[in-house]
Design a protein around this ligand. Sequence first.
Ligand code: PLP
Length: 369
Amino acid sequence: MSRLNGMLLSEVEIMDIQVERVTKKEAKPKPDQNSLGFGRYFSDHMLVMRYTEDQGWHDAKIQPYRNFSLDPAAMVLHYGQAIFEGMKAYRAKDGGIYLFRPADNIERMNCSAARLCMPQLPVDEVVAALKELLRLDQAWIPSVKGATLYIRPTMIATEAALGVRSAKEYLFFVILSPVGAYYPEGFNPVKIYVTDKYVRAVPGGVGNIKTAGNYAASIMAAVEAQQAGFTQVLWLDAVERRYIEEVGTMNIFFVIGEELITPPLSGSILPGITRDSVIQLAKEWGLAVVERRISIDEVLAAQENGALKEIFGTGTAAVISPVGSLHYKGRDFLINNGKTGDLSQKFFDEIMDIQYGDKVASCAWAIRL
Ligand SMILES: *Cc1c(COP(=O)(O)O)cnc(C)c1O
């Protein structure tokens, strides 16, 4: 077994997680479930685990949520070796708890780690430790429909050293944040600004992994779009500025004629788990689903000749986000009269039902705790 792949410890040792519980006094009051917003509250406990070249992953611990101490020379602060994931725990009607394809998130994190020369995580052990953390903090999983407990696994380089290279020490942690329903008053189609001024990712770059720098680099385009009255940015490819890549931090789908079209995983697009779920469901439903390059000109031509029926984004936070209009080169294009399309609604309902354990997916996507 290679040291670099981070699996020096046996399963038994990893699973032997120390648990330090909060004292009654340290336990935080739970926020009002009806005004959670996104990412504003954090649960009582967190999972932490350290990596060194000598020991591999070690010191797996569930401990009270608290500050870290980091050396000012910690390499993440200078050279940006930081990766993360986003997933959710769902409270079923009967009180049970579900996760949606959790191993896929940890496997994707390993792809991110590989690209940035960070150590591999032991997938099964991390999922088991995450379940342990969720059992301890289960009272933080909201029961209001649509509200969830957002899960944020993160890995950063902690070695104190200057000089650009791969670090020798890392910290992995998982924090939990109760979040409100994305659509408290039902589906709300968004207004999208198509930018040809900024790009998100380049071929050969890091657009296909969840690394912190990608999001830092996207903020300016988002700010300019918001100042102009739009909700999100639609990104075009970096080379020709013609082909569609993603919308905000979501993958994107088009219903044109009888086809469901989404850009292929070309290397500069994030391989979304919701994207993959939509593709698989579409195939099960007998829809014609195509992964191919699609240009903004083709989309707008289809809008003008009436063939474009729906556009929607996909991601863990919103599940499905219908697009109501596109703004490109000073012109506005209304999509499906600014209304939520039937297919967008159908995917939303189906995936939500699976995530909340109301319906069983054919590929056992939802895992009951
Ligand atoms: C996380 C993310 C997505 C969506 O991925 P899911 O696994 O569906 O949540 C899409 N695009 C970007 C840029 C992302 O960061």
